[in-house]
Design a protein around this ligand. Structure first.
Ligand code: NAP
Length: 487
């Protein structure tokens, strides 16, 4: 279906597509078929980062003073471009990341909507006025942009996560240097293409590809940077947070170990459906993915039996194949990491009652495929119950009471998303208060969040400072000036 005659893609700096000064490249490969090279990208270096920073720094005062409606026009035209190229870009996304084509289409469309949302919402920013005793003085606040913002993103939502960072950054008058995941640079490049096509002035958005080990530190510790908005693993987030200077604002959206609690009175069929969707769609590679199911002992056996039956019906394959539920893992490192945790779970004494094997026959041989895995007899102290795996692995943990379930759910370092299946409103209300999570759901999956609602985690899932998404997602990108005017 695809040629291996891969195109070479460039960085985008100061309004032009340019090669890295070092002239080194790296490849992006298709996780469903590692022989398929999706593209060749610039392995950038410190000089490239410096050039991008300088372009963004110089463009900042001009962009910050560009009329708001003109900034909005750029976002609206970029949204049009993403939609006009929906099929091409969705195909590229599936080819590069592995998710099913339906999920890819949804992601491109959601990214276009995000651009539109901030084009409008960003025009409603206001300040406050403060009454005071001096009849010849007014006091008010004004929101101003920060300056140059670094945007660093993962591969699992390689368009929609950059979109929810870049759009609010730009509409509020900041300029951006964007480093995408080295696993998904092609589809990230299409966002830049959309903004370029929309006529964004030179230097306002800059795009530098390359590995974190080569350019990570020079990017996040650069003196021109005023803010870093990062989504990725907690370990990388901790490192970046430490590297950032005192005057750099940070927003870190990190890992999760999200529980689904299934109460005695739950509709078991619904609980199974939510587990499958939350735990196995996107091949378990969602930060909000369900990875622990804490089930009341009384219904555990029936729940587990139905979960196995439903999992057995799932179709694993290339994201382009009709009816496929689970695509490959996104890269070889992921595959090895997930297999490592499955082995660890068995060694720790949990029971692997379904799946967990790498798929290696004809159809799967050249891709990073794995059977979804279900563990029972999981003790909450085991590493598979505490650490983020980021793959299609479910740990079923028994609990006797609500209190015990909450204790288990909260006894991890993370607090991104949590859900409960119950028909008891009183229990649901209590759960909303007791659970340590930034996103709390009742009778819904742990995954998924609305574009127009705030999103972020507690504990080690987030810096817990500024939320992303929705109107509040604008706050990170502006700061307040308090203005006293005597007259
Ligand atoms: P990752 O390894 O932390 O990488 C994320 C991004 O950060 C990539 O662009 C990576 O570049 C870059 N990076 C890594 N270390 C860096 C450093 N020291 N300095 C600067 N940049 C650095 O995460 P991933 O494997 O791509 O994504 C999976 C993780 O993301 C999971 O932990 C998941 O929970 C988390 N995630 C969180 C959310 C959320 O909203 N909370 C959403 C989605 C995913 P390279 O690609 O070049 O290494």
């Amino acid at each position: 279906m695809f040629t291996t005659n891969a195109t070479v893609f460039k960085n985008y700096i100061n309004g032009e597509w340019v090669r890295s000064s070092g002239d080194h490249n790296f490849q992006s490969v298709n996780p469903a078929n590692k022989k398929d090279i999706v593209g060749v990208f610039q392995a950038s270096n410190r000089q490239d980062v410096d050039r991008a920073m300088e372009a963004a720094r110089q463009a900042f005062p001009i962009w910050a003073n560009t009329p708001l409606s003109k900034r909005a026009d750029v976002l609206l035209k970029a949204a049009d471009y993403l939609e006009e190229n929906l099929e091409t870009f969705a195909t590229e996304l599936t080819r590069e990341e592995g998710k099913t084509i339906g999920n890819s289409r949804n992601e491109i469309l959601r990214s276009a909507k995000t651009f539109r949302f901030y084009a409008v919402e960003g025009q409603t920013i206001t300040g406050e006025t403060f009454p005071n005793d001096d009849p010849e003085m007014s006091v008010s606040t004004e929101r101003v942009p920060l300056g140059v913002v670094a945007v660093i993103t993962p591969w699992n939502f390689p368009v929609s996560i950059p979109a929810r960072k870049i759009a609010p950054a730009l509409i509020t008058g900041n300029t951006v240097v964007f480093k995408p995941s080295s696993d998904t640079p092609l589809i990230a490049c299409r966002i830049i293409e959309a903004l370029h096509h929309a006529g964004i002035p030179k230097g306002v958005i800059n795009f530098v590809t390359g590995s974190a080990s080569e350019i990570g530190d020079s990017l996040v510790a650069h003196p021109a940077i005023r803010a870093i908005t990062f989504t990725g693993s907690t370990s990388a987030g901790v490192h970046i947070h430490k590297m950032a200077s005192l005057t750099t604002r940070t927003q870190m959206e990190l890992g999760g170990k999200n529980p689904l609690i299934v109460m005695d009175d739950a509709d078991v069929a619904l609980a199974v459906k939510l587990t499958i969707k939350g735990g196995f769609s996107l091949t378990g590679q969602a930060c909000t993915g369900t990875s622990r199911v804490i089930v009341m002992e009384r219904i555990k056996e029936s729940y587990t039996r139905q979960l196995i039956e439903a999992t057995r019906r799932l179709k694993i394959g290339d994201g382009f194949t009709e009816g496929v539920d689970i695509g490959p893992l996104a890269n070889e490192k992921q595959l090895n990491n997930v297999l490592k945790y499955i082995q660890m779970g068995e060694e720790e004494g949990a029971q692997l009652i379904y799946g967990g094997k790498r798929l290696i026959n004809e159809e799967y041989r050249d891709g990073f495929y794995i059977e979804p895995a279900i563990f029972t007899d999981v003790d909450p102290v085991m590493r598979i119950a505490r650490e983020e795996i980021f793959g299609p692995v479910i740990a079923v943990i028994g609990a006797r009471t609500y209190d015990e379930a909450i204790k288990i759910a909260n006894d991890v370092d993370y607090g991104l998303s949590a859900a409960m299946v119950t028909n008891n409103l009183a229990v649901a209300e209590k759960f909303k208060k007791d659970i340590d999570a930034g996103t709390v759901k009742i009778n819904r999956t742990t995954t998924g969040n609305l574009m127009n609602a705030p999103f972020g985690g507690l504990k080690k899932s987030s810096t817990s400072t500024f939320r992303e998404s929705g109107r509040i997602g604008l706050d990170f990108f502006t700061q307040l000036k308090t203005i006293y005017t005597g007259y």
